[in-house]
Design a binder for this molecule. Structure first.
Ligand SMILES: [Zn+2]
Length: 327
């Protein structure tokens, strides 16, 4: 190696190191055998603004409810905030955080932005990135301390239970869905608000965004986490459950009720976490029963899936029975 090359290396090496340090500077706030949890300011701010813009689009008089600190903003800040919310309303809020490509790419990008990063650019929507930067001091002053604290509180409250349950829960959900659990740790971003359902998951790679604003009963956040992760195992057109529903319906000329795969996922994740909670002495009702999700399917789900959960039926028999019960 010539002295010139060595000189270049000496110049470049600290840069490489500092880039790596920056890349890694947002560390997971908690880690378990199967999950890594993050609390990212930009992702929190984005979901907060998205939901606020959505609420205000429906009813603009609600500004005091969703933004009680409005009076603490000076005229310039109020102008900026209004322009930013209008930008969300004009461009984004009609779309699904889960299915829309543009919102997916926003999430994928800002997930890896560091909290203290100052100059932000986002080629696909540079105007939005400029708004984010300008609004960031307002968010940091008025909302982020509360949001971060709530995220930390809910995560800490549930972490020991997640660690205690994850070996059994992942094995059982994998067994029930007949699909392998992801081999690498799943990234979970903990946010004050997420989508309308409170949590959503994109699957390639698996990335969960789950909210903390609404605190359900003991165990609810744990069920939500394992439900979201199970989206990798059970999808509309992914995994053994969907494959069997499709082939059984075709063979028997049966109708497939809307989102039946998702109802099965709700039932499996709920039942698995309920069993673990009950063994811990905590009485628990499945989220889907408590919130009446897929209400019209619930009786059939219990009747057809319980024998499978008890090891008395095959998955094929259980799903065929479920399809017949729901015709
Ligand atoms: Zn789901």
């Amino acid at each position: 190696m010539s002295r010139f090359n060595l000189y270049i290396l000496v110049l470049i090496f600290p840069t490489i190191l500092s880039c790596q340090a920056q890349e890694n500077s947002q560390q997971a706030v908690a880690s378990t055998d199967h999950f890594e949890f993050y609390i990212n300011k930009w992702l929190n701010q984005h979901h907060f603004l998205f939901q606020m813009a959505k609420t205000l689009a429906k009813d603009s008089t609600k500004v005091k409810d969703v933004f009680p600190q409005w009076g603490q903003l000076n005229v310039e800040e109020q102008k900026l905030t209004t322009a930013l919310l209008t930008h969300y309303q004009d461009n984004w809020i009609a779309n699904s955080l889960l299915f829309n490509g543009g919102l997916y790419r926003i999430k994928r990008t800002i997930t890896y932005w560091q909290d203290d990063r100052e100059s932000l650019s986002y080629k696909e929507d540079p105007e939005l990135a400029r708004y984010w930067s300008e609004f960031s001091p307002i968010y940091e002053r008025l909302f982020w301390p509360t949001h971060r604290k709530q995220n930390q509180k809910v995560l800490q409250h549930n972490l020991s239970r997640i660690k205690a349950y994850e070996a059994q829960a992942t094995a059982r959900l994998s067994q029930l869905s007949q699909e392998p659990w992801p081999s690498s740790k799943i990234r979970v971003d903990v946010t004050f608000l997420a989508d309308w359902a409170g949590a959503y998951t994109t699957t390639n790679p698996v990335h969960i965004v789950t909210s903390t604003k609404e605190e359900g009963p003991e165990g609810d956040w744990v069920e939500t986490l394992f439900h979201e992760a199970s989206h990798k195992l059970i999808g509309a057109r992914r995994g053994k459950v969907a494959e069997l529903i499709q082939s059984l319906a075709e063979a028997e000329e049966l109708n497939i009720p809307r989102q039946l795969w998702h109802a099965v996922l709700f039932y499996f994740a709920g039942a698995v976490i309920k069993d673990l909670l009950v063994a811990d002495g905590i009485s628990y009702e499945l989220y889907m029963l408590r919130e009446n999700v897929f209400g019209a399917y619930q009786e059939a789900l219990g009747k057809s899936l319980e024998p499978y959960l008890a090891g008395e039926d095959s998955l094929e028999t259980a799903l065929k029975d479920l399809l017949i019960n729901l015709q």
